[in-house]
Design a binder for this molecule. Structure first.
Ligand code: SAM
Ligand code: SF4
Length: 447
């Protein structure tokens, strides 16, 4: 590589290691697209690549720790192959730029979430001297549908917004990803139409706070966007993530009810069952509001599968607060939860509070939450035995053998014995046995 022409990446192999949520996975697909357009090809493993990018989320302390231990291992790889170009991307690159850039040996380049469109140029530069490309701006950076290398040929993420304006007291996202900006509606529609033409069967609209989407040209709301995307012929299933209980308006419920294409599944982060904790978290809804919203949703959408996030050990969380969280889990009976123990994050409001729930108490509360949820899931799953579910077939099952794996409309993982070969299709699967985290069955042969 002798100049900054992105075409000079031709013949080089790239490898991207992603830590984090769907947003990070989608960002990695965009980065892969930029590198591929500049002529680079994917490598099978970190050991055989020329460009290695670690894309990391900064939401929890644990993800950051994973990055530092991964960078430690990479230092050994770099010793053996000094020509290897190592980059760090994502929220951590934005948030910890000085620390990361000061490391010796450190990464060859850092690239923040608002700079991925320049990735090929940055990599070319980094082969000559270390490069630092972070910072945020207000404009929407469009990649174009063909500039994304997607992991799945079946289900696709479509980004509709970036950043977040909510400033929940524990959360680093508004600092790492900046304020909300919305993707223009025509670009979203174009991408969904392109996916339809390529035979994608599922589209997942993506953003930190999708309910507050507003098209800057037309003022179109999230509910109107949902209706417009659902009207595009092609993908049969439409999902969206993440919603916020304070922004989940009646017209979103109406839009969901009006279209059978919109999956009867919703991720609605609760965080805590205690209104006092929710207030201190700056979530701007109460336990009662959340329960009322779940009531409305379940009335309007039969068979709705609800999932949530639970955060234990927020500063000042008492045993009584924790009990309220356990109680609400029993009352709502979520299909799935993601549970975390609180860790203070830089720049957030909660970082100024004493992290006063002892580590062992946080660990114990997390175990209690997870054990309760496990028993609820097992009970819920048992009610599926004998039923036939429509399953989107995504790939080979991790359980091995000749089993395939897919997801039901409600989001349950289904491992099954296929009647016919192939993924990227819908299968009718009769559920024969269940565990707390997945279902098992046999494909029903179609006449
Ligand atoms: N925008 C979504 C929302 O409103 O909930 C998700 C944001 S965050 C990327 C995903 C989850 O990480 C949060 O729902 C929260 O439970 C967890 N999380 C965020 N900050 C955290 C922290 N400081 N410590 C532990 N978990 C955290
Ligand atoms: Fe973080 Fe709250 Fe925004 Fe979700 S809504 S990204 S938890 S600040």
């Amino acid at each position: 590589m002798t100049n900054e022409d992105p075409a000079s990446l031709a013949g080089l192999a790239y490898f991207i290691r992603t830590f984090g949520c769907q947003m990070n996975e989608s960002d990695s697909e965009h980065m892969a697209g930029v590198l591929a357009q500049a002529g680079a090809r994917p490598a099978d493993a970190a050991e055989s690549c020329d460009i290695l990018i670690v894309n990391t989320c900064a939401v929890r302390e644990k993800s950051e720790e994973k990055l530092y231990s991964f960078l430690g291992r990479l230092a050994a790889l770099k010793k053996k192959r000094p020509g290897l170009i190592i980059g760090v991307a994502g929220c951590v690159a934005e948030l910890r730029r000085d620390e990361l850039f000061g490391r010796k040996p450190g990464p060859d380049f850092l690239v923040g979430p608002d700079r991925y469109q320049d990735l090929a140029r940055i990599v070319a530069r980094a082969s000559l001297a270390r490069a630092l490309e972070t910072g945020r701006d207000d404009v929407w950076h469009e990649f174009g549908p063909s500039a994304i290398v997607r992991e799945s040929p079946v289900s696709a993420y479509v980004t509709i917004m970036e950043g977040c304006d909510n400033f929940c007291a524990y959360c680093v996202v508004p600092f790492a990803r900046g304020r909300e900006k919305y993707r223009p509606l025509p670009n979203i529609i174009r991408e969904v139409e392109d996916l339809a033409q390529r035979g994608y069967l599922e589209v997942q609209l993506l953003g930190q706070n999708v309910n507050s989407y507003r098209d800057s040209e037309t003022g179109i709301s999230f509910a109107a966007l949902l209706r417009t995307v659902a009207a595009v012929e092609g993908p049969s299933w439409l999902r969206f993530i993440t919603s916020h209980p304070k922004d989940f308006s009646d017209d979103i419920i109406d839009a969901m009810a009006a279209s059978p294409k919109i999956c009867r599944a919703l991720h609605l982060p609760l965080q805590s069952g205690s209104t006092a904790v929710l207030e201190r978290m700056n979530r701007r809804y109460s336990r009662e509001h959340y329960l009322g919203l779940v009531g409305l949703l379940r009335k309007a959408l039969s068979d709705l599968s609800l999932s949530t996030d639970i955060l234990v050990g927020f500063p000042g969380e008492t045993e009584e607060d924790h009990r309220l969280t356990l109680d609400i889990l029993r009352e709502i009976r979520f299909a799935n939860i993601f549970s975390f123990r609180y860790s203070p994050r830089p720049q957030t409001a909660a970082a100024k509070l004493a992290d006063d729930v002892p580590a062992e108490v946080k660990a114990h509360r997390l175990i209690e939450v997870q054990a309760l949820q496990k028993s609820i899931q097992l009970e819920l799953h048992r009610s599926f035995v004998g039923r036939t579910l429509t399953v989107l077939v995504l790939g080979a099952s991790q359980k091995g053998g000749c089993l395939l794996a897919g997801r039901s409309e409600g989001g349950q993982v289904v491992n099954f014995v296929p009647a016919v070969e192939g993924i990227g299709r819908f299968a009718q699967v009769r559920i024969t046995s269940v565990g707390p985290y997945s279902l098992r069955g046999e494909e029903v042969r179609q006449a």
